[in-house]
Design a protein. Structure first.
Length: 124
């Protein structure tokens, strides 16, 4: 693969992830039960809406599991409250590092709170 084409692929993926462009088609691979996969074409807009709903639910679930307000959760993650609101409303998608922190927060809330309680003391 030429480096110019690799750069183009990275540029297009970044545009899709930021919402600057929309996919022309979305293909989902599903297990066929025989060790292989079956391709299924999905409407790009319904896929985008479903993905946004999944992310907003996970952000809200993590915040509720920790028992934090939006302001406190934003301080914990080092982001603005408006960014957190955009995530919860499905208008924006968290970056990979933020998604990882959210997964840890849902599975091990006490560990996250033990690390950040001193930082949150100033927001309450």
């Amino acid at each position: 693969m030429k480096s110019a084409s690799l750069k183009e692929i990275v540029r297009r993926k970044a545009a899709l992830l930021t919402g600057a462009s929309r996919p022309g088609r979305v293909t989902q691979l599903l297990p066929d039960g025989k060790g292989g996969f079956v391709r299924r074409t999905i409407d790009p807009e319904s896929f985008r809406a479903a993905k946004a709903a999944d992310h907003s639910a996970s952000v809200t679930a993590a915040r509720e599991r920790l028992g934090l307000s939006q302001r406190e959760m934003a301080a914990l993650m080092g982001i603005s409250p408006r960014t957190l609101q955009n995530w919860e409303q499905g208008q924006r998608e968290p970056h990979q590092s933020a998604k990882m922190l959210l997964r840890v927060a849902v599975k091990h809330p006490r560990a996250v709170l033990d690390v950040v309680e001193p930082a949150l003391a100033g927001t309450r």
